[in-house]
Design a protein around this ligand. Sequence first.
Ligand code: GLN
Length: 212
Amino acid sequence: MEPLKVGVLAVQGNFREHAAMLRSLGADVTEVRKPEQLEGLDGLVLPGGESTTFTRLMGLYGLDEAIRSFAKPVFGTCAGMIVLDRGHLGLVDIHVRRNAFGRQLASFETDLDVAGIDGLLRAVFIRAPWIEDAGDGVEILASIDGHPVVARDGRFLVASFHPELTDDTRLHNLFLDTVRAARGVGEPHLRLAAGQEALDEPALHERRAVGG
Ligand code: GLN
């Protein structure tokens, strides 16, 4: 099978670390700085960094509109989660609170229980946001003290922390499973139902056979 083509928004922030992790998992990675670089990609990662800078640069390069029209799976981490929320790109039905953990807990590491991942996941939080409010269609996969920090909304996966800064690749793998499933279907406006892990193989073959 051809490698999955995954873009990483590379205007600012931790894109190199995400790219390295995705490559280690066999993906063909493109650093995305221009709208046309989204063409032909199977999925996109929005890394951590500074959300105000992302918003400014995405607007400047026309990447905001391009990302809004990009119909494949998207994984947003930290600042990448912020820019996907209702108040920014408006793609994920969540309201995110920036720097939510406050000064004392500005940056910390913890072991997180994430739905869909066996065992605990080491998570690095850096001036991290949390999800303040989520629509009914949003599946919360992990929380800290009742504050959601990992969630899925159809083809969107979001996390408050920096999964690219450990050597644990399981959250990226979870994202790549969605990317793989969506590619098989070949449906440009595919939106996986919340909670749907992957499409079963026979269904994928059937769609391919009819030219999907
Ligand atoms: N505090 C940053 C913001 O508000 C996010 C921090 C991060 O991505 N590590 O954009």
